[in-house]
Design a protein around this ligand. Structure first.
Ligand code: ADP
Length: 554
């Protein structure tokens, strides 16, 4: 029997129409070095329509990819809505990747136009000759001389001509409404690439349906808790898994947004917080670690924020505790580019002891409703959700990718999928009530004499030592054990600590055989383009002799 329900395709234009009318007076605060501007959701709606008219006027047609090369801002939000609503695909490029990778990704996606912040032109201009498919460069905030210089640049032979436009001029005089087409909800609306922490970047195309369902599913109470009484500081870049879907949840729920633009260093970020008083926030652990140092040193009051959802990498327990003392609750979440990204968020059940509550909080969290999960052991068998059996996490659901861009046959990335489930490459346990605890990434876990050592666990313990600012642990070849941990430690300024003391500190915290015997002091842990510990670079530094560990025997 068929249902009697209407079959209305889920579309980003609906989120836009809803947010720009029902929540029309809500605001987006966009920070830049010259100050903070306010844009209402109603204005976002009007400008998204103007942008769609402008792009259509340039001959940009349904299915065309339009890239952005921008900081988080209201302008970027207009692109997030206008481009997919007209039937095109928005592709936020990661401004922090090496130039060759940016060009590779833009070419791989086949971007026809790029909308760029003028302040980012120094990064983009040197790449323009490598962009094989881009025909239009639309710049926000450039002066006439800059635009003229860009127009005069010769194009390499064989490339399409590159028309250079000023965004404001392009939008001026355009109608503030657009008759959004009814689209197939399964069509692509947006593209993101993985940040390549463990391998080459891979592209994922989100559909209108997946983004809409993700917005619905993550706004709810036990996930991001977004509502019209909130103001959410979105530190996660819009090029990092669509800023975790927050921009779409905002127009759905009416939550106001604070977009920090380039003001991401701890000092400027603290200023943005003081000026805009957000109630909530989202960001990766390194952002919160940097802000903490600044806030503690300067006595900045950030207690306007009740909570910050932290994910993208394991959040060290010491950071949870430090923020508790500031009155800000960190909420752990896990996700991937491939999972839109919300997979789990850690909101402990009621009625538990303080110690149990803490344990729940430190886990990666409870599975979001539509995300199905299973654990697969090293021998390929399915493991129980008993909180102790550790296996590779596999997931499936309406906002999980079923393949990668440019690999329609599925052959190139066959190893990433298993009977229609996504293999996450993350290793962990799940409790009977659906809380995931990750022990490591399968590429980072240290295989010592047939046993596994969790690099993350060692790092978390080391970073709870008062003398340690950062610690990253990598597996290095060992004649006897196959692999052993190498601890790379950043010691706080003005403090001295010897490695033997740090190793002793691990006694009772991890099994004795898991304690590293190789130690090295480094000035800073290298970070990836989205602020994760870059262990690929540490491994390379070790391989070419740049890291010279000390060996602690006995
Ligand atoms: P990349 O794989 O290039 O880093 P993603 O941003 O998609 O790009 O990263 C997803 C991965 O980040 C996950 O597979 C997992 O290993 C890691 N991750 C995300 N959130 C957490 C978390 N809360 N704890 C531990 N690891 C996490």
């Amino acid at each position: 029997m068929r249902s009697t329900m209407q079959d209305v395709p889920l579309a980003i234009s609906q989120l836009l129409d809803h947010g720009s009318t029902v929540h029309g007076a809500q605001r987006v605060f966009s920070a830049s070095p010259s100050g903070i501007t306010e844009t209402t959701f109603a204005e976002i709606g009007a400008n998204a329509a103007r942008l769609a008219h402008a792009l259509a006027g340039l001959g940009i047609a349904p299915d065309d990819r339009v890239a952005t090369f921008m900081w988080n801002s209201a302008r970027h939000l207009e692109a997030y809505y206008g481009i997919p609503s007209m039937g095109c695909v928005v592709h936020p490029l990661n401004i922090r990747l090496p130039g060759d990778q940016i060009a590779y990704i833009a070419n791989h996606a086949g971007d026809r136009a790029v909308i760029a912040d003028a302040s980012l032109l120094p990064l983009l201009t040197p790449l323009l000759d490598q962009l094989a498919t881009v025909e239009h460069l639309i710049v926000d905030g450039a002066d006439e001389a800059t635009l003229a210089a860009l127009r005069e640049r010769p194009r390499p032979a064989g490339r399409p001509g590159l028309a250079v436009h000023d965004l404001d001029a392009l939008l001026a005089g355009r109608p503030a409404t657009y008759d959004w087409p009814e689209l197939d909800e399964r069509d692509a609306a947006a593209i993101c690439y993985t940040s390549g922490t463990t391998g080459e970047p891979k592209g994922v195309a989100y559909s209108h349906r997946s983004i809409y369902l993700h917005a619905l599913g993550t706004s709810v109470v036990d996930v991001l808790r977004m509502s019209a009484v909130d103001r959410l500081l979105c530190v996660v870049p819009q090029f990092h898994v669509l800023a975790w879907g927050v921009p779409y949840g905002a127009l759905l729920t009416g939550a106001e947004l604070v977009m920090p633009g380039s003001r991401l260093a701890p000092g400027p970020l603290a200023e943005v917080i003081t000026a805009t008083r957000p109630t909530k926030a989202v960001g990766v652990p390194t952002i919160w670690a940097g802000l903490l140092e600044y806030v503690q040193a300067n006595g900045t009051d950030i207690s306007c924020m009740t909570e910050a959802v932290v994910g993208g990498a394991a959040c060290p327990p010491a950071l949870f505790d430090a923020y508790d003392r500031l009155g800000v609750t960190l909420v752990h979440g896990w996700g991937m580019t491939e999972t839109s990204p919300m997979g789990t968020v850690s909101r402990p059940p009621a009625g538990l002891s303080a110690e149990e509550t803490r344990r729940y909080r430190l886990s990666q969290g409870r599975l979001a409703g539509p995300v199905q999960a299973r654990l697969i052991g090293p021998d390929g068998t399915r493991l129980p959700w008993d909180g102790t059996s550790a296996g590779e996490l596999e997931v499936r659901g309406p906002w999980i990718t079923g393949g990668y861009l440019g690999d329609e046959s599925g052959r190139e990335h066959a190893g990433s999928f298993h009977d229609g489930w996504l293999r996450t490459g993350d290793v962990g346990t799940i409790t009977p009530d659906g809380f995931l605890t990750l022990t490591d990434r399968s590429k980072d876990v240290i295989k010592s004499g047939g046993e596994w050592i969790s690099s993350v666990e060692l790092e978390n313990h080391l970073m709870s030592h008062p003398a340690v600012l950062e610690a990253a642990v990598i597996g290095v070849a060992d004649e006897r054990w196959g692999e052993r941990p190498l601890a790379c430690v950043v010691v706080r300024e003005g403090v001295t600590v010897d490695f033997a003391a740090l190793r002793d500190y691990l006694d009772g915290r991890v099994a004795r055989w898991q304690r590293p015997e190789r130690w090295v002091a480094i000035p800073e842990v290298p970070k990836t383009s989205v602020g994760k510990f870059d262990k690929k670079r540490l491994r390379a530094a070790y391989a070419n002799g740049e890291l010279k560990p000390r060996l602690l025997i006995g």
